[in-house]
Design a binder for this molecule. Structure first.
Ligand SMILES: [Zn+2]
Ligand SMILES: [Zn+2]
Length: 325
């Protein structure tokens, strides 16, 4: 009897997420059909394979669950938005007057990439407007929803400001947009329920249960585009470091062996940090859990590689941030 219990638990956990897994494979098929084989492969492998992680500090390597972190991945986007919502709730606790502002524009019938650009430019202009003088800062998320004939592109911003006059914001926003039929919404995010509501909206980038072809279009429209950002007082803040209630689930970036942080990278990205030739040499050490300090120093001593090392430090910082996104 005891033997069957772990198996039972595994199936339960799986069936909970079964729909996400199935959808992931349906999307992968569509990406393949559109010739986007790399995306298809990443989706297929996501959370069904393991990848080798390495620590540049102690030289140990270990396997972790492979996560594609693609915004079109039903598994990853769900996890990221849940995690981000928790971070945003933590953010509202640092705000004196937390509010959720939603800014829309009429259905965009042109290229969605251009639509995102249009909305972002308008938003940047609005932030410089005197109406935003009392806004201390916050975070915003651009959302893109497929409509029958075009895209519904809008923005949710979590802001800290004592007062925001609805009518004035509406007229200013439409004047900046140059299109009169836009809608806006302002609501307080003070109570626990309001905070949760606001955070949920400000954390969600993709909401597509529509047909897989639209998901491919959504991917193409948003590829390489930053849809979420913090600004003002919270510009470049590490959301991970905000005091929170402990519910935040952190992606593995602390070495389980030496407990170093900011030193973990995936073996497949090794050539990116160290250069192809250097990585061929280095990887043997990582794979065999041999001390890497000496060989890394050796590489750094080399004039050419010392440049690589400087780049490596910079790249690793940027990479870590990307890793956490
Ligand atoms: Zn994924
Ligand atoms: Zn380590």
């Amino acid at each position: 009897m005891a033997l069957t219990r772990p198996r039972q638990r595994y199936i339960d956990a799986y069936s909970k997420r079964k729909a996400h897994y199935l959808r992931k494979h349906v999307y992968a098929d569509r990406f393949r059909a559109h010739g986007l084989h790399d995306v298809a492969r990443q989706l297929t492998d996501c959370q069904e394979t393991e990848v080798l992680a390495c620590c540049s500090h102690c030289g140990k390597s270990w396997y972790i669950i492979n996560r594609c972190r693609l915004r079109v991945c039903p598994l990853c986007s769900y996890e990221v938005s849940k995690r981000r919502a928790n971070q945003l709730i933590a953010l509202t606790h640092q705000m004196k007057f937390p509010k959720l502002i939603t800014l829309t524009m009429p259905t965009w019938t042109g290229e969605p990439r251009e639509g995102i650009k249009y909305l972002r430019t308008a938003w940047n202009t609005l932030r410089k407007h005197k109406l935003f003088k009392t806004v201390r800062g916050g975070a915003y998320q651009i959302e893109l929803k497929p409509k029958a004939r075009g895209w519904h592109i809008h923005l949710h911003a979590l802001v800290d400001c004592p007062f925001m006059p609805h009518q004035k914001l509406y007229s200013t926003w439409t004047a900046i947009l140059g299109i009169p039929t836009s809608r806006i919404d302002i609501r307080a995010a003070k109570t626990t329920e309001q905070r949760a509501y606001a955070a949920k909206y400000a954390a969600k980038a993709a909401d597509f249960y529509s047909d897989p072809d639209t998901v491919v279009l959504w991917y193409k429209a948003t590829k390489g585009q930053r849809l979420f950002a913090t600004f003002g007082h919270w510009y470049n803040v590490n959301l991970e470091e905000l005091p929170h209630d402990g519910k935040l689930e952190k992606f593995v970036s602390t070495c389980p062996h030496c407990k170093s942080t900011g030193t973990v990278f995936l073996a497949r990205d090794g050539p990116f940090f160290y250069g192809g030739k250097e990585w061929t040499k280095l990887s043997k050490y990582f794979m065999n859990d041999l001390p890497t300090e000496e060989v890394i120093t050796e590489i750094r001593d080399d004039i050419h590689a010392s440049r690589t090392a400087i780049a490596e430090t910079k790249k690793l910082t940027a990479y870590q941030q990307e890793f956490e996104q």
